[in-house]
Design a protein around this ligand. Structure first.
Ligand SMILES: *[C@@H]1O[C@H](CO)[C@@H](O)[C@H](O)[C@H]1NC(C)=O
Ligand SMILES: *[C@@H]1O[C@H](CO)[C@@H](O)[C@H](O)[C@H]1NC(C)=O
Ligand SMILES: *[C@@H]1O[C@H](CO)[C@@H](O)[C@H](O)[C@H]1NC(C)=O
Ligand SMILES: *[C@@H]1O[C@H](CO)[C@@H](O)[C@H](O)[C@H]1NC(C)=O
Ligand SMILES: *[C@@H]1O[C@H](CO)[C@@H](O)[C@H](O)[C@H]1NC(C)=O
Ligand SMILES: *[C@@H]1O[C@H](CO)[C@@H](O)[C@H](O)[C@H]1NC(C)=O
Ligand SMILES: *[C@@H]1O[C@H](CO)[C@@H](O)[C@H](O)[C@H]1NC(C)=O
Ligand SMILES: *[C@@H]1O[C@H](CO)[C@@H](O)[C@H](O)[C@H]1NC(C)=O
Ligand SMILES: *[C@@H]1O[C@H](CO)[C@@H](O)[C@H](O)[C@H]1NC(C)=O
Ligand SMILES: CC(=O)N[C@H]1CO[C@H](CO)[C@@H](O)[C@@H]1O
Length: 526
């Protein structure tokens, strides 16, 4: 059988002719999935990360190399089987390279940056007198206009306590009052870890340090605020006390930060076989977080797509086409998939019958969560559920595989199904659990190859899920008659033409990230 199918496959590659090609069945696809092929892809992504300071994050060279690998596979090697489109979008790339805060005695104060921070002049930073703002723990300090009355911030660096309102609100008021920069001090005790912020392996400043929680200024505020440094409560109170006692002194804040639009890409590959009137879609984001090789999150999802693709191409699928989507900038708030959905016409959206999302599907201590919120979602989810409830296999390499109970879970708002739910396409997907319970390495340097291939739980779930998804995609592509049509109204009585409005709002994905949009589930991304 193996030999026969590889001979057939070689025949197809050589001639592009499909004579004698067998018909696809769910069973055949499921049994074609091979662990060594999945493993092979994980190695490849591990080595891409290795060559790029252990990450494959949006806007970096590691992201580019990951995409090139996918394009080579789909557009070049499998060009006889697939029609591949590369869809470009732009999104804000940001990082802080350095941040320092020098006190009046020339001492270094431990300081953290915030996401989308603004740069000070370099190389000297901003040196100016420090002034205090009134503390208001009830309403939040420096959150409202009236709290700035009598504060002469012009040309100064302002000391502000964190808490209650968005940090960007405090910074907007500081900026409006002519401040040069803000020193924000934490509202709860706890210090940053060292005398200097931690510089990670890429030479970037970590967003988290010690036990002060990280925060973002929001992508929508880029270019609108003064630079800010976040310090511990202890240090903030000490300065506040000195200012209250009538002392005057200068501090120096240096922020070396970058925020700029960079290009991202979705790689979308359709099977040539099947009717162009209906598509079963399966997607995974291919970028990693900024400090991680991203093997469980999400080279695993990508590997499963590629392996299902390798299998499906060998057979005749005579009903729907299968569409594989490799999303860019998934970690940045599902930008790639939102962009994709925002560009679909009504007709194109109608033809997508079902979407299956794979994100983190080989956590070392896995749970088998299958997304489904309603019966429409269950039209696909149920097939996976049944498969995993009845057919978990005993792999040869492990003596006693536990059986992981599959269960239905509601979609959240942190992966690429969000965009599809917003336009009413039935969706499902898998999730094997995140930090810290199921994957201690989530988002970290240690989410590398060994986070998956050295851990039995990961190996099991990857293979189980690959088979279940392969089976399901084939089932739906052969017969999607049980899937209900796309929901075109969002169940929001306030919105007359919800879908149209949604599309309009999507014109600008950045604007969208800032907004709350109560349509078709899947709440907003921040
Ligand atoms: C479609 O494929 C199925 C197997 O997946 C096969 O049984 C059926 O005969 C095919 N139909 C046509 C019209 O080719
Ligand atoms: C990624 O690739 C694009 C297009 O090929 C290129 O313009 C960009 O500079 C590359 N980015 C990095 C960080 O290498
Ligand atoms: C950060 O800036 C300070 C002050 O200019 C400088 O002394 C230090 O070397 C810089 N650190 C890095 C990693 O560039
Ligand atoms: C403060 O940090 C800078 C850069 O790391 C270093 O060159 C300088 O000696 C430090 N100053 C003090 C007083 O520790
Ligand atoms: C404090 O900074 C201001 C510039 O904002 C400068 O004019 C002044 O000389 C500085 N004072 C000290 C003591 O460094
Ligand atoms: C902050 O971290 C230190 C050491 O890492 C720990 O001892 C302390 O309990 C933490 N404080 C808070 C408020 O979390
Ligand atoms: C923070 O660090 C200072 C020394 O820089 C120390 O005196 C203080 O106790 C620390 N506070 C906490 C809550 O860890
Ligand atoms: C679908 O395929 C048919 C036949 O190849 C073609 O005429 C038609 O334009 C295609 N429709 C779309 C929406 O691509
Ligand atoms: C995302 O979902 C979680 C839990 O379902 C919820 O607590 C959170 O507020 C949501 N976030 C946004 C931005 O909607
Ligand atoms: C944003 C991102 O891509 N990371 C996600 C990985 O998958 C899990 C489960 O969907 C999310 O919780 C993460 O945020």
């Amino acid at each position: 059988m193996k030999l026969l199918s590889s001979v057939l496959c070689a025949g197809i590659l050589a001639t592009g002719v499909v004579a004698n090609t067998p018909y696809m069945t769910p069973y055949i696809i499921e049994h074609d999935i091979e662990w060594k092929e999945l493993n092979n892809w994980l190695w490849k992504f591990h080595y891409v990360a290795h060559g790029h300071r252990w990450n494959r994050a949006f806007g970096t060279s590691g992201d580019n190399e990951t995409r090139e690998l996918l394009v080579f596979r789909t557009r070049k090697l499998l060009r006889k089987h697939l029609d591949t489109t590369i869809q470009k979008f732009t999104h804000m790339y940001e990082h802080t390279k350095n941040i320092t805060l020098t006190g009046p005695g020339g001492q270094n104060v431990s300081v953290m940056t915030l996401e989308y921070n603004h740069a000070t002049p370099l190389p000297d930073g901003i040196s100016a007198p420090l002034i205090d703002t009134p503390v208001d723990d009830e309403r939040g300090s420096a959150c409202f206009k009236d709290q700035w009355e009598g504060v002469d911030a012009a040309g100064k660096i302002v000391l502000v306590k964190r808490g209650k309102c968005a940090i960007s609100d405090k910074l907007k008021l500081a900026t409006a009052h002519g401040a040069l920069a803000v020193v924000l001090y934490n509202q709860v005790p706890g210090n940053t870890t060292g005398p200097m912020p931690e510089i990670d392996s890429r030479g970037h400043v970590e967003l988290t340090s010690g036990n002060i929680t990280a925060a973002t200024l929001g992508v929508g505020n880029v270019g609108k605020l003064v630079p800010v440094g976040l310090i511990g409560l202890h240090d903030g109170l000490a300065w506040s006390k000195r200012l209250a006692a009538g002392e005057t002194f200068n501090v120096t804040l240096l922020v070396d930060a970058i925020a700029e639009e960079r290009e991202g890409w979705n790689v979308i590959a359709d099977t040539k076989r099947g009717s162009n009137e209906s598509y079963i879609m399966i997607g995974a984001h291919y970028d990693s977080g900024p400090n991680s090789p991203g093997i469980n999150d999400n080279a695993t999802g990508v590997a499963v797509l590629l392996e299902i693709m390798r299998s499906i191409k060998k057979y005749i699928g005579n009903t729907s086409k299968v569409r594989y989507a490799f999303w860019g900038a998934g970690k940045k708030g599902q930008i790639g998939s939102l962009h994709y959905a925002s560009q679909l016409t009504e007709d194109e959206a109608d033809r997508i019958k079902f979407y299956i999302n794979l994100d983190m599907i080989a956590s070392p201590k896995p749970i088998y969560a299958i997304y489904a919120d309603d019966d429409a979602d269950k039209a696909g989810a149920e097939i996976m559920f049944k498969h995993l409830t009845t057919k978990q296999e005993q792999p040869f390499f492990y003596p006693s595989k536990p059986s992981y109970p599959a269960f239905y879970a509601k979609h959240g708002n942190t992966s690429d199904y969000v965009a599809f739910r917003k336009i009413g396409i039935p969706t499902s997907g898998f999730f094997t659990g995140g930090a810290t319970e199921n994957d201690e390495c989530h988002g970290m340097r240690c989410d590398d190859l060994y986070n998956v291939v050295n851990k039995y739980g990961s190996l099991y779930s990857l293979e189980d899920i690959a088979r279940a998804v392969g089976y399901t995609v084939a089932s739906l592509a052969i017969d999607g008659s049980k899937i209900p049509p796309r929901k075109k109204t969002c169940g929001n009585p306030a919105s007359k033409d919800g879908v149209l409005r949604t599309f309009e709002e999507w014109e600008d994905t950045r604007r969208m990230m800032e907004k709350e949009r109560p349509c078709c589930g899947g709440s907003n991304v921040v």
